[in-house]
Ligand binder design. Structure first.
Ligand code: HEM
Length: 396
């Protein structure tokens, strides 16, 4: 059957050497409106896919962002990748939510500290499980939902050089496993094959991020901490936060009620699945310990000043937490992740930022919430750390 448009185009390319002949022009003029409408539709569909669908990391069938949204890191050499270098301290501390939009791909960060940190996490899970892991019944589905997305989609898609999916037939059934090529761990994919506690243990042994699950509860739908795998507490015990609302969890934070509570509750209640946000915090740790159940905060009464004799500058670090928040589509749980970075004070000095950090320590009491200076326990380490940061000496 002859198709006039293609017949005419054939004529155009073969016989007229680049010049449209009369019938082709007449045909194009006749169908100009239809062609314009088709082109416009194609542009609209393309725009929708590029900007609207990909921009908001739209979910398919109520699932978390699928493999197409997670950008793979090809030729990724974890052992040659430097940890992200955050320097969030400022000359004045202002208490704000400080959240920024994030991409799903940047949820999990892996760098050259990976193996050491994973070994430490395995050890902490084995020796202090009561402190680092918990699941309350309302969070069981949320734990399973996150688990299957992480091991089946996120990790093999983003970090294919580390995490490889294997399918294998066993008694007529196809079983899928995830192999961690750095640790040689083999991880089952199906979350129903293990308890929610096992699912959290497995997550805790594969990535450095701590994961906390909050679910709405009670008539006011207040977010309550119902589950966690959290190996690197920053000076408090997660066990004391279990089953508590966000307001109760943040009770020791100066000015939280006055300056953060309302905006945070509103922000989190409106956080839709597919949106990811991140924020940072910072403090100083004189010991550089990742698993710190105490001593990083001053919850009142403790005013002992750290002296040069009991301060070891080779251990002291700037401790930054990279935190992310997103909502799971099925369980509607809010997932809070924390990756903890430790930067030795010597490295800050080596970058020439010693005096800026020393000034930021004073900035804790000069900003919008002066009690932050006490809360972050600068009453103890402030002077000795500032002296060290401003001095010429270094321990390297
Ligand atoms: C937009 C969300 C959030 C904001 C703006 C926020 C803000 C803060 C701030 C300003 C502090 C104290 C100072 C600091 O560490 O920098 C803090 C501490 C803390 N936050 Fe959050 N937070 C958020 C979400 C969460 C979530 C979802 C949890 C879930 C468990 C959480 C748990 C904690 C805990 C445990 C502390 C330490 C409290 C203590 O000293 O006992 N935060 N948060």
């Amino acid at each position: 059957m002859a198709i006039p448009f293609f017949d005419n185009l054939t004529t155009f390319s073969r016989e007229n050497d680049g010049i449209l002949d009369g019938p082709a022009i007449a045909w194009l003029q006749k169908h100009a409106i239809v062609i314009a409408a088709l082109v416009s539709c194609a542009v609209i569909v393309w725009y929708y896919r590029q900007i609207v669908v990909q921009g908001s990391q739209l979910l398919e069938n109520g699932n978390l962002p699928s493999a197409v949204d997670i950008v793979p890191l090809h030729d990724f050499h974890w052992d040659e990748t430097e940890p992200l270098a955050y320097r969030p301290f400022k000359s004045q501390y202002h208490l704000t939510m400080g959240v920024q939009q994030a991409e799903v791909s940047e949820l999990i960060q892996i760098d050259r500290m990976y193996l050491d940190r994973i070994q430490l996490r395995k050890d902490l899970i084995a020796r202090h499980e009561d402190q680092v892991l918990a699941v309350n019944p309302p969070a069981i589905e949320a734990v399973r939902e996150l688990y299957s997305w992480l091991v089946d989609q996120y990790l093999p898609q983003r970090y294919g050089d580390i995490f490889e999916l294997h399918r294998q037939e066993s008694s007529g059934n196809i079983e899928t496993f995830l192999q961690n090529k750095v640790t040689d761990d083999i991880v089952p994919i199906d979350p129903s094959l293990q308890s929610p506690e096992d699912a959290l243990r497995i997550i805790g042994r594969q990535v450095e991020e701590d994961f906390l699950f909050l679910l709405p509860s009670g008539p006011e739908e207040q977010l309550v901490l119902e589950a966690y795998i959290a190996c690197f507490p920053a000076g408090f015990a997660w066990t004391m936060k279990r089953g508590k609302t966000l307001a109760e969890i943040h009770q020791p934070v100066p000015d939280y009620k006055k300056k953060l509570q309302l905006s945070m509750d509103r922000f989190l209640s409106r956080l839709e699945p597919g949106k990811f946000v991140k924020r940072l915090n910072w403090s100083i740790t004189p010991t550089g310990e990742l698993f710190a159940l105490q001593d990083l905060h001053n919850y009142g009464g403790h005013e002992e000043e750290l002296t040069l004799e009991n301060f070891d500058p080779s251990k002291a670090c700037l401790r930054c937490e990279r935190q992310t928040l997103h909502r799971l589509p099925k369980s509607r749980a809010i997932v809070f992740t924390i990756k903890t970075y430790m930067y030795p004070l010597d490295s800050i000095k080596a970058e020439g930022l010693g005096s800026q950090l020393a000034e930021a320590v004073d900035g804790l009491r000069n900003g919008s919430s002066p009690m932050m200076y006490v809360y972050k326990n600068a009453v103890s380490w402030g002077k000795v750390v500032q002296d060290y940061l401003r001095s010429e000496s270094s321990q390297s």
